[in-house]
Design a protein around this ligand. Sequence first.
Ligand SMILES: Nc1ncnc2c1ncn2[C@@H]1O[C@H](COP(=O)(O)OP(=O)(O)OP(=O)(O)O)[C@@H](O)[C@H]1O
Ligand SMILES: [Mg+2]
Length: 374
Amino acid sequence: MFVQSIDISRFRNLEDMHLEFAPGFNVFYGDNAQGKSNLLEAVYVLAFLKGFRADRIPDMIRFDQERAQLSAVVCDGNAQTRLGMELTGRVRHAYIDGVPCNSVRSYLGILRAILFVPMDVGFMQAPPANRRSALDRMVFNLHPSYLVDLDQYQKVCKQKSAVLRSDAPDHALLDAYDEQLLKYGERIIRFRYDYFNLMAPHICRVFASIFDDSLRCLPVYKCSQMRSEIVFGAGNSASCDDLVGVWRDYIRTSRDREIARQQILAGPHRDDWSLNLDGRQAKLFASQGQQRAMSLALKLAEIDCLKSEAGVEPVFLLDDVSSELDPVRNRKLFEHLNRITVQTFLTTTSKQHLSIDCVNRLFMVKSGSITCDA
Ligand SMILES: Nc1ncnc2c1ncn2[C@@H]1O[C@H](COP(=O)(O)OP(=O)(O)OP(=O)(O)O)[C@@H](O)[C@H]1O
Ligand SMILES: [Mg+2]
């Protein structure tokens, strides 16, 4: 899959423009604050219907303007789709081949993208809610139907929370919501469990080949109702049925506590995950450089996993990565990127950071204008 072209109008600081991209490497270079990340965000918005810096639509419309428009031609095999987006005030309108699309589910998944921004480096120190959304997006990228269960689960969570906060919680209603939570929550846990099982060898291999082949980097899932955590790829201590079983028991025995605290105390909406390095929690023991490498390995593993498990070649949006790595690892990263052959949009402040055999298209970004050098 690749983005063949994009049309931009009144989006952030970018000038109105039409750009044609190469199916391989597209590099955007320029000084700070010129519009490089804004260009990546334009592609991201077309993929996910939201920006990666703020969820507020008005922030993405050029200052002092009322509406922004984006559209892109996405090629996937022989199929070509034109995705369109109009941002006005607080509302966004999406279009597929010029036809308004009101269903988020039928829109998402047409353009599959994986984003790495410098902020991702700190994902292990971020609040659990941020990690959960990142995980949900990863699972969704592989299994778009995951969103259906997630939506349903979140809806029931809201309804049950409202009952828990009421003056006299209705037990029959809570029973009914618990059944629903278990139904959708079990699917979510299975999706996540299977996902980490699939991802574990990819993460481990990518980390070893680019960053350090003497250390094992593996994903870890932490259920809110269990003391222990599950390390994937290391002979799992608990099966998915175990996780669901413990949660089911917890729900049955925690009604009084949930009423007293007026909140749902356990479930996939409170679970967490992270990465381990050689059996230790990376969050506590890994160096900054190692955490950086692990966050990047995770993204690269996600690409590998999508390709091998679903035959999907996502577009890779890589914002300013070279400044994060030492020269040896930077070279190995580019060797890896050369091998994986997915369309890549890469931004950098200096062309010196690039060690790519063939940049297919080089763009200079200056004061919101983007010109193609080669
Ligand atoms: N809605 C908006 N309207 C106009 N300009 C905006 C808007 N939102 C952000 N900007 C401006 O766009 C400029 C470019 O931002 P961007 O993040 O794309 O820079 P960059 O080239 O990625 O820089 P860096 O190398 O520092 O990451 C910034 O000066 C920012 O203030
Ligand atoms: Mg930037």
